[in-house]
Design a binder for this molecule. Structure first.
Ligand SMILES: C[S@@+](CC[C@H](N)C(=O)[O-])C[C@H]1O[C@@H](n2cnc3c(N)ncnc32)[C@H](O)[C@@H]1O
Length: 240
């Protein structure tokens, strides 16, 4: 499916914007992942970009996960996919509590004799932006990501303080959080403290201060220098 055809399918549906859609589409066409995972699909816009790119590349499928409550969205992902021709490429999964439970079940399925066989080449994490949930999600996804695969986090600079007036968002009770937990960006901390320090991740890119990419490298291929570099889109060093 061409980018223009995808644009017609998603129309003005939130949340992913056209520029991010293009980045996602281009990445899939370049990296050609066979198996993709999306954590947090909302109305399904990012899923359509991923599935449309897989279709254009001629191969691949997407497991797309959200909460049960996402079924009540208008449109929901089923409505967006309906008639697009992309339906066979997308498996929709919904969890009562969290995508971390989907990941637990997937690890169980993939495990034999105490070893988990990785099965994904790309994972887009776009859920609650929370240290506890998404920090765990990273380590669970790592077990399922094949060497060479990419992981992408949305909302690098987002903080729970954005919803300080609300009782809860995505099941997280804002009132129970400390001042630091409310004001600090959880995804940035997950990326810098968990992903960048992980021995198997490299090629870190921060795009427009909001999207953080990392590639899983083959065991032992990462150097100390690599582990300290976070590049921006133009290849400039951001953090060392
Ligand atoms: C910003 S929206 C995703 C937008 C979508 N990726 C796009 O770009 O079109 C975040 C989604 O994450 C889901 N979500 C939040 N916490 C979750 C959790 N613990 N498990 C599963 N889904 C979760 C929400 O229900 C919501 O639909």
């Amino acid at each position: 499916m061409t980018f223009e055809e995808i644009r017609r399918v998603v129309g003005d549906t939130p949340y992913l914007g056209i520029d991010e859609g293009w980045e996602l589409y281009s990445h899939i066409l370049k990296a050609k992942p066979q198996a993709c995972l999306e954590l947090g699909h909302a109305h399904g816009v990012s899923s359509i970009y991923i599935a449309g790119a897989l279709d254009q590349a001629g191969d691949g499928y997407l497991d797309s996960v959200d909460l049960e409550s996402s079924a009540a969205r208008t449109p929901n992902i089923e409505m967006l996919l309906d008639g697009s021709g992309l339906e066979p490429r997308v498996s929709i999964h919904r969890q009562k509590n969290s995508y971390t439970w989907f990941l637990k079940e997937k690890i169980e399925q993939q495990s034999q004799n105490g070893v988990c066989a990785p099965c994904y080449d790309f994972c887009f994490i776009d859920g609650p932006k929370n240290w506890t949930i998404d920090g765990l999600a990273f380590f669970l996804v790592d077990k399922l990501l094949r060497p060479g695969g990419w992981i992408l986090f949305d909302d690098y600079g987002w903080a729970h303080g954005k919803h300080a007036g609300r009782e809860a968002t995505d099941g997280i009770s804002i009132r129970t959080l400390s001042e630091n937990e409310i004001t600090q960006p959880h995804i940035e901390h997950i990326f810098k403290l968990l992903v960048m320090q992980h021995p198997d991740y490299s090629n870190f890119v921060l795009q427009d201060g909001w999207w953080a990419w990392a590639q899983k490298v083959a065991d032992g291929h990462k150097t100390l220098i690599e582990s300290q570099k976070l590049m921006d889109k133009a290849g400039k060093l951001r953090v060392s």
